[in-house]
Design a protein around this ligand. Structure first.
Ligand code: MTE
Ligand code: MOS
Length: 789
């Protein structure tokens, strides 16, 4: 047994790696866990460099909005070790790497639109030389007025895309007629992805017009297309490969393009391998982040807290170009309901064009920004009515019946019927296991007898739509090879970024062929093996690639089953694949032996596989359709204590319950829930992006940008998977887990708000912005004190 196998055999669940065990549903360790912890796992920067490899660095704009008057790169060129300095004029093909709209130049030509926009490339014999030389460019600008915030963009009608609009019923009339009304504003900050491995590409010119690019990317196919356009070659000339990323979190879905294109065109130009690796500061200054959002809302509700009419404007900070801002805004609009039925609703979503980094995907992809708005609103309604927010949440939940018509309260504002609603049962279970009511009473007692420290508690739900809301992206391919020694190699279009995709896909293939997991290995994602793949995003990696790999494996299994049936003289239907054997009744043969027989009989032992998600459709004009194959659900309870003198706070306990359906790998899924919870908590509390008045991002390193540390994790952290089965025919009836748990720490934010409200005996709504930094908490405490006086 090799070390990896030992590690796979965790004893958390019965059946792992043992005869009769099931490959799916078992808590195997991550396929690279051993390599990760020993430091052996190869990331792009670890690939041994070929002789002659050069290193590139980017020269960046120092102005947020300006015309370029002149560029003088003579000092850069003069640095010993600098081999070349390239500008947009040196790009052989199109100077463009926009994800959807062609508004994203690789290198700025005569206009710069944010501080940090790349203008030129220095290529030198060392990384350090390239970086130092890049600072010596002399650029003369003619400054233009910058727009820096979403509200300023909205005031100037400055958008990267036309505004979106979704309406159901008549929210204005419902608002006018409602017995209670709420009007307000809320602001939520953005978030840096902070993948541990920064953006990187290593481009190696091949014979003729060939180019091989190792790239840390969630989207190898799109990188291939961009590189082909930039080099003015065909897609078949370009091979993009990614073995693994040290995290992507959405930041490498579209924005790996700049790095891939620059490395590739530099390599093509110099006919030498070129590596472009971003240092953390450059990575943070150059690349886009989670969109911050500003909201203005008007809500009518009854005396129980039932929402009767909801109108909201959502304005995001798109940055200087469209990138993925359109789909992010669409997902925000489609998640404004979170788990709640909104009968009469009107949403306007605007992607504000600002002179800042072009914001992009980040875990949840706008879903968190849509859902937190309704949670903020419900939190306000509850306090206005003197009720526990959980009670108000409950009465607004989607109905759990399958009936039709408005009474069933089960159709979303975008027209999709919610067919799998389990939020009632899930929240009931969590309320009980977290001892919510008893702790609520204990906290009330604590707050009554403490003036400086205040505690807060909140339970928040999540409903999250799974699928790309651009229907054609919901497709995947795979290639499965069975070698004559019985080992299996799997290639699929998804990318591994730590989330465990390759482990789960290997489990699916092992299950299909009745093999132990260590017989199956997934290799690097490679555009020459599976073509035209979608990004590994929208949490669909396993749903799509698992099904495609299963489709491939089952074709091989069918061929092997026919051969075995022939040999045993039995019906094909009676053939079983389990425990590395193929059997029927008393007949049995080792998988490997049967494979060898199949080879000799000239039977194809490899297969491709394909999957496209059924049922999904979407009309982007009306914003109506069935964009999601199914919903994943969850809920969390957080208890915090705040210090009203310093604004410091601590998460004392967190309970999370998540619906992963029939979990393919419960340990990996629980890990995803924990990671997403802490990451989402960082977004809503300590992670604050701050631009100065000139538009320069000042928080561009961990010294000034505070992601959660181990000491911020709650000492008491209880993560559980909810017992459920996907009602849709997903891969082994599992559900996606990558993004939805990022919404679970809404509970932390609202627990902090609950604690702040205790300063005013819960009579006033604290104006708490997100992130709830210590400063924001103190501001909210002051506002509550002022309001009650
Ligand atoms: N987990 C780790 N460890 N690293 C990551 O970069 N990205 C998240 C999530 N979990 C990420 C992660 C995001 S943004 C998505 S969309 C999903 O994983 C993508 O993978 P999946 O579809 O295979 O779940
Ligand atoms: Mo995830 S934001 O969909 O890459």
């Amino acid at each position: 047994m090799n070390k990896q196998t030992e590690l796979f055999m965790t004893d958390t669940l019965p059946g792992s790696g043992t005869p009769g065990g099931k490959a799916v549903g078992t808590s195997y360790a991550h396929e690279s866990a051993y390599l990760h912890v020993t430091g052996e796992a190869t990331y792009t920067d670890d690939i041994p460099e070929l002789q002659g490899t050069l290193h590139a660095a980017l020269g960046l704009s120092q102005k947020a909005h300006a015309k370029i008057v002149s560029i003088d790169l003579s000092k850069v060129q003069a640095v010993p070790g600098v081999v070349a300095v390239l500008t947009a004029a040196d790009i052989p093909g199109e100077n463009q790497c926009g994800a959807i709209i062609r508004d994203d130049p690789v290198l700025a030509e005569d206009l710069v639109q944010y501080i940090g926009q790349p203008i030129f490339v220095v290529i030198a014999n060392s990384h350090d030389t390239a970086r130092r030389a890049a600072r010596l460019g002399v650029i003369e600008y003619e400054e233009l007025p910058p727009i820096l915030t979403p509200r300023a963009a909205h005031a100037a009608q400055s958008y990267v895309l036309p505004p979106m609009h979704l309406q159901r019923g008549d929210a204005a009339t419902a608002f006018a007629a409602a017995p209670n009304k709420l009007q307000g504003k809320f602001d939520v900050g953005g978030q840096e992805q902070f993948y541990l491995e920064g953006q990187i590409s290593y481009a190696i010119p091949k014979e003729g017009s060939g180019m091989h690019v190792h790239c840390s990317t969630q989207h190898p196919s799109e990188m291939q297309h961009h590189i082909a356009h930039v080099l003015h070659v065909s897609s078949h000339d370009v091979l993009v490969e990614c073995r693994r990323m040290g995290g992507g979190f959405g930041g490498k879905e579209s924005q790996s393009a700049l790095w891939a294109c620059v490395a590739a065109f530099s390599a093509a130009r110099l006919r030498r391998p070129v590596k472009l690796r971003a240092d953390r500061d450059d990575d943070m200054i150059v690349t886009g982040k989670r969109h911050c959002f500003a909201y203005d809302y008007e809500i009518g509700y009854d005396n129980n807290g039932l929402i009767l009419g909801a109108r909201i404007d959502m304005i995001s900070r798109a940055g200087f170009s469209a990138d993925l801002s359109g789909p992010v805004a669409t997902r925000a609009v489609c998640h404004f309901d979170n788990a709640y039925y909104l009968s009469d609703v009107e949403i306007h979503a605007m992607c504000g064009k600002t002179n800042t980094q072009s914001n992009t995907a980040f875990r949840g992809f706008g879903g968190p920004q849509g859902a937190i708005a309704i949670e903020y609103i419900i939190d306000e309604i509850a306090r206005n009515l003197g009720k526990d927010a959980l009670e108000v949440r409950r009465i607004n939940f989607y109905g759990s019946s399958d009936g039709d018509g408005p009474d069933a309260r089960n159709v979303t504002h975008y027209g999709q019927k919610v067919e799998d609603n389990i939020i009632h049962a899930l929240v009931d279970e969590l309320e009980a296991t977290s001892e919510y009511q008893a702790r609520r009473n204990a906290i009330n007692a604590f707050n009554a007898s403490n003036t400086i420290l205040k505690k807060g508690l909140a339970l928040t739900p999540v409903k999250f739509g799974i699928s790309f809301n651009v229907p054609h992206l919901n497709q995947a391919g795979a290639l499965v090879h069975v070698y004559t020694d019985g080992s299996v190699l799997v290639n699929h279009g998804g990318t591994e970024m730590g989330q465990g995709l390759n482990t789960k896909v290997a489990q699916v293939v092992a299950q299909a062929l009745g093999l132990q997991l260590d017989k199956v290995r997934c290799t690097a994602t490679d555009t020459s093996k599976v073509a035209n793949t979608s990004a590994t995003a929208a949490s669909t990696g396993t749903d799509l690639n698992g099904k495609a790999a299963q489709h491939a494996a089952l074709q091989i299994r069918d061929r092997l089953a026919s051969l075995a049936a022939q040999r045993f003289g039995v019906e094909v239907a009676s053939i079983r694949f389990a425990d590395d054997k193929v059997s029927s009744g008393a007949h049995s043969i080792d998988f490997q032996e049967l494979v060898m027989l199949a080879y000799t009989a000239r039977i194809q032992l490899w297969s491709d596989g394909f999957y496209s998600t059924p049922r999904v459709h979407w009309n982007s004009k009306t914003m109506q359709g069935h964009p999601f194959y199914y919903y994943a659900y969850g809920a969390a309870v957080a208890e915090v204590v705040i210090d009203t003198l310093t604004g410091e706070w601590k998460l004392l306990r967190a309970d999370a319950l998540y619906d992963a359906g029939e979990a393919l790998n419960p340990a990996i899924d629980a890990g995803q829930v924990e990671g997403a919870f802490i990451q989402g908590m960082g977004w809503l509390t300590t992670e604050e992006l701050w631009w100065n008045k000139d538009g320069k991002l000042m928080t561009h390193a961990p010294s000034t940008y505070k992601i959660p540390a181990i000491s911020d994790c709650p000492a008491d952290f209880r993560v559980k998977l909810f017992k459920n089965s996907n009602v849709q025919d997903s891969i082994h009836r599992s559900k996606a887990v990558g993004e939805p748990p990022l919404l679970l720490p809404f509970s932390v934010f609202f627990a902090i708000r609950d604690a702040v409200a205790a300063v005013g005996n819960n009579r006033v709504n604290p104006p708490l912005r997100a992130p709830a930094t210590s400063e924001a908490i103190l501001d909210a405490v002051d506002a509550v004190r002022a309001a009650i006086q």
